[in-house]
Write a protein that binds this ligand. Structure first.
Ligand code: FAD
Length: 248
């Protein structure tokens, strides 16, 4: 969470470690593999919907690499959390998720991340590509009564859409690029055309780093207060693991 203890030297959050055990794995959508995990202490994983954990992911060369993944759902009675892995191609993470079987173990640290709903906002703007469906879906599904949300999700086409049931006033627009994920204008155009409602908004802008940066700047140019935009690059072509800060 935002007030997590930080290590004095690196400035990085001092995240708790979780020894996760796979209990299930299945396709939650044609392009999304869901893996369900448990841990002895999973009930102590306090997170805000939209936040992520960082897996120590086995790599083809035998080492482990950091890979960020959103907590898609938690079921306290079953003592499980779920993570949705986009099948974006030949990446170590979707490959691991497709092979994961009950009893497999993996370490993760967290929770971390800025993509969470600010309760002091009158309305919420959520924007992201398919890597952000787990975050946006979890946030929409868990909005507080009375909340007002506008969500834009970019996918290749209609087959990348999922059903999202929100308990509150939420407008969801799917934007189809008609091609592979990467730098592009479809989300930028939609955000440029979005009429800001009355009151104080908060925006969560996540996805491919270059797109996120341009979308953030476009909102700021239209008068959106920069401190009311939480933005982060979730991936970018050629980038291996990690994340990009987008706060300029
Ligand atoms: C806070 C946060 C939360 C995230 N949550 C999720 C989530 O819930 N589900 C999810 O699927 N992803 C999520 N991501 C994105 C995920 O961490 C990256 O896509 C990551 O690079 C995947 O690792 P990998 O092992 O598959 O591939 P890597 O080894 O990291 O990359 C291999 C190659 O694949 C490319 N690549 C990576 N991701 C994508 C992509 N999405 N589309 C196209 N090409 C890609 C890279 O550019 C690289 O060339 C999140 C990222 C962050 C920072």
């Amino acid at each position: 969470m935002s007030d997590m203890p930080r290590t004095p030297r690196s400035g990085k959050p001092n995240l708790r470690s979780w020894d996760l055990e796979v209990v299930d794995g299945f396709d939650a959508a044609p392009n999304m593999r869901r893996v369900v995990f448990t841990a002895a202490d999973i009930g102590e994983l306090a997170y805000r919907p939209g936040q992520a954990i960082v897996f120590s992911m086995p790599l083809p060369d035998g080492a482990n690499g950091r890979r960020h993944y959103t907590i898609r759902a938690a079921d306290p009675s079953a003592r499980t959390i779920a993570v949705d892995f986009l099948k974006h191609g030949d990446g170590p993470s979707p490959n691991w998720a497709l092979r994961a079987r009950p009893g497999d173990r993996i370490e993760a640290k967290g929770p971390r991340g800025n993509a969470w709903i600010r309760l002091d906002a009158d309305w919420h703007l959520l924007a992201g590509d398919e890597t952000c469906i787990p975050a946006i879906a979890h946030m929409l599904e868990t909005l507080e009564p009375g909340a007002l949300a506008f969500a834009f999700i970019e996918t290749a086409g209609a087959d990348g859409e999922i059903a999202i049931v929100s308990p509150v006033r939420a407008e969801l627009r799917w934007l189809h690029r008609g091609g592979p994920a990467g730098p592009g204008d479809v989300m930028l155009d939609a955000l440029e055309a979005f009429a800001f409602p009355e009151g104080v908004g908060h925006a969560i802008v996540i996805g491919e780093t270059g797109n996120v940066r341009r979308q953030r700047h476009a909102l700021i140019a239209r008068g959106f207060a920069r401190e009311r935009i939480s933005s982060e690059g979730y991936w970018r072509p050629g980038r291996v693991g990690g994340h990009d800060h987008v706060d300029d």
